[in-house]
Design a protein around this ligand. Structure first.
Ligand SMILES: Cc1cc2nc3c(=O)[nH]c(=O)nc-3n(C[C@H](O)[C@H](O)[C@H](O)COP(=O)(O)OP(=O)(O)OC[C@H]3O[C@@H](n4cnc5c(N)ncnc54)[C@H](O)[C@@H]3O)c2cc1C
Length: 344
């Protein structure tokens, strides 16, 4: 039996388009819909969704909008009401949404309200003979599972970086604006302002082409018997600035700050990749001064091309975990690289 598919998204900060992750998930939804007769519905949330709707008009899907000042900013009560109204209007069996923080926050609650079920961290979805299957990883990305459920609506929140972003020329979209009833209590939380770290401190960049990972070696005594922390800091920061790479860290390195050891000032636990850290998705990765141990390397599960720089030819990266291992001094290599980048 054909499934009624709903693609759900919210406008981005510009108010004129969708977040990149939403266009990626839309690319997946168009393929999934094609396995299911081609039809699907798009649900959009935002103060004004017309411009964003125009960017997704080309596939010819029905477009529903939950709009107005109440939906300008993320807020559980109003976003949950908006998603609920869109799902009811679309009579959706399968609701597919990008894993933005705004949608992740409300999807489980709405799934409960509609007596549905929800799965997050989905990496792929397909429909065969009306049977929907979704994939996600477990045990720190070591096992891939295929999930099927009888429950409807089934909410599937898809991770970013799993599908190429869909794009086509904008067209005039016909948006059906929904009336979303909001009880007085839903407006109790007020948006005040967005506070961002200054751009230098913003080292985690999910959309970067390269993940640059620093390990504990940067803070260790070098051949002269001394540590070189200021040099390590400036070399890494310069590289991040010149290359636009995202910064990761090994557990050993990020733990040192908690143990009052001399550390890189800009490195926090949020940067940690690995079994007890994150598994970001980037086309390329460069590991510097870290050993390539298994709990660290599981954080590299979704990095397509892995390179490492280590002084030790027997380091863990050498055992088939990196595509290329440079047996070299990372201080020297990165300094040279920075010179080359600055000339570009
Ligand atoms: C349950 C569990 C969960 C864990 N989870 C994680 C996790 O999520 N993420 C994680 O990262 N780790 C994790 N670990 C720890 C992991 O096993 C390793 O201990 C850790 O990743 C090692 O960090 P490191 O390579 O930075 O440091 P080290 O092992 O100390 O290695 C430093 C490296 O730097 C090299 N080096 C030094 N100077 C230079 C130089 N000038 N140029 C080039 N190379 C140089 C040295 O040769 C050495 O190989 C976990 C461990 C356990 C038990």
């Amino acid at each position: 039996m054909a499934q009624r598919i709903l693609f759900l998204a919210h406008v981005d900060e510009s108010g004129r388009s969708l977040p990149k992750a939403a266009y990626e998930v839309l690319g997946a939804v168009i393929e999934i819909a094609a396995q299911n007769g081609g039809d699907f519905t798009i649900g959009l949330i935002g103060e004004n969704v017309q411009d964003a709707a125009n960017t997704v008009a080309a596939p010819g899907a029905r477009i529903l909008g939950a709009c107005g000042p109440d939906f300008a900013h993320p807020r559980y009560s109003s976003d949950a009401a908006a998603v609920e109204a869109i799902c009811r209007s679309a009579a959706a069996d399968v609701v597919i949404a990008p894993a933005t923080s705004r949608l992740l926050r409300v999807m489980p609650g709405v799934s409960h309200r509609l007596n549905g079920q929800v799965d997050t961290h989905i990496t792929a979805i397909e429909i065969n003979d009306g049977i929907v299957s979704a994939k996600r990883w477990f045990y720190r990305q070591r096992l891939e599972a295929m999930i099927q459920r009888d429950a409807r609506p089934w909410f599937l929140v898809m991770d970013s970086g799993c599908h190429a972003a869909w794009t086509d020329a904008p067209a005039a979209a016909n948006v059906e604006i929904l009336n979303v009833p909001l009880p007085a209590g839903a407006r109790r939380t007020k948006f005040a302002s967005i506070r961002l770290p200054n751009s230098d401190a913003q080292t985690i960049r999910p959309d970067a082409k390269l993940l640059f990972v620093a390990g504990a070696g940067w803070c260790k005594k070098q051949t002269d018997g001394k540590t070189h922390l200021p040099e390590a800091e400036s070399t890494i920061l310069e590289f991040l600035q010149e290359s636009g790479a995202s910064l990761g860290g090994s557990k050993s390195l990020v733990d040192q700050s908690g143990e009052n050891q001399a550390v890189l000032g800009f490195m926090t636990h949020l940067n940690q990749v690995g079994q007890t850290g994150s598994t970001p998705r980037h086309p390329k990765g460069l590991s510097t001064c870290c050993h390539g141990e298994e709990p660290h390397v599981v954080g590299w599960r979704f990095i397509n091309e892995r390179r490492a720089i280590n002084l030790d030819p027997n380091c863990g990266w050498a055992r088939g975990k990196a595509d290329v291992l440079y047996v070299a001094d990372a201080f020297q290599v990165m300094t040279k690289l920075n010179i080359l980048l600055s000339k570009k």
